[in-house]
Design a protein. Sequence first.
Length: 329
Amino acid sequence: MSACRKQVSVIAGTIMHGTHLPLRTWFLAAHLVTTHSNGISALQLQGKLGIGSYKTAWLLLHKLRRAMVDPEREPLGGQDETVMVDETEMKFRRKDDALERTKGEPDADKIMIAGAVECYEDGTMGRIRLNVIKGRGRLPLHAFLAATTAPGTLIVTDGNTAYRNMPDRGHLEVPIPKNVPAHIVLRQIHRAFSLLKRWAMGVYHGIRKRHADVYLQEYVYRFNRRRHYRSSFERLLGIGVKVGRGAYWDITGKKPVFRDLKKAICGEPYDEEAREDAYLRARLAHVPLKYAKLLLDPEYPPEARPYHRKKPQRPVLAKRRTAFVFDTH
């Protein structure tokens, strides 16, 4: 109990705020996500942790991805340091798209991605930044550089004239000769792009357009900590305390129409016109018919029942193995 005599929790205001999952599940998920070399999908996480539904595993993963972007992270480069910048296109999948396209079928739509990577004198790569942009014009590219690079940085680009006249930053333009692949000239940034596309197709079989930026930030987090798995786990939990809670509606961008309509009729005397109006508003918002019909039921919503958390299965240590197994007796 706090001084105001209201119940508080140690996870209040974190990414675990209001969760119904055991904290052990959260820590195991964070460990799997950060130490898995290639990343893990929601379906894999559901099977490894024994989570009841795919939706719960998907939401858990997206909340962890929110903790992969530090709101106070430092920009790339600095005074007299070099950052290589370029753009690329990547296909995204719609819900009904097949995993493999048949010959002659048109390509899927593409998203435009801007990337930046720190380049050292010995040819190695430092940190990277990736973001979805709307085009190869001056405004989106300059906005990307202003947000991801520090003043005084030397920006190395190809022959795209949109990069010229960047404020407070140097610019080295390296035109790509005809019939020469871009990855030969701008080796570091195109290596990052190539790894990104292979990662997205290998782990997720393509990414969705709506959440493309979220997956890009996960790749950036993994790439920047590719040799530091231990600090990756600790850092994820540390950022998770900073970023605060994220509800399902914030992550998906959908409005909780049915929930709001349910609250509006809850506790009110039965009014047929109000119920019909709520039903029509639900259908206009594309709420499924089976849920919208509940708003017409005089006995809906039912009385609220107290929530009792189910006791999780107790892990026991096997006698001849070091792996944890679940006691199902």
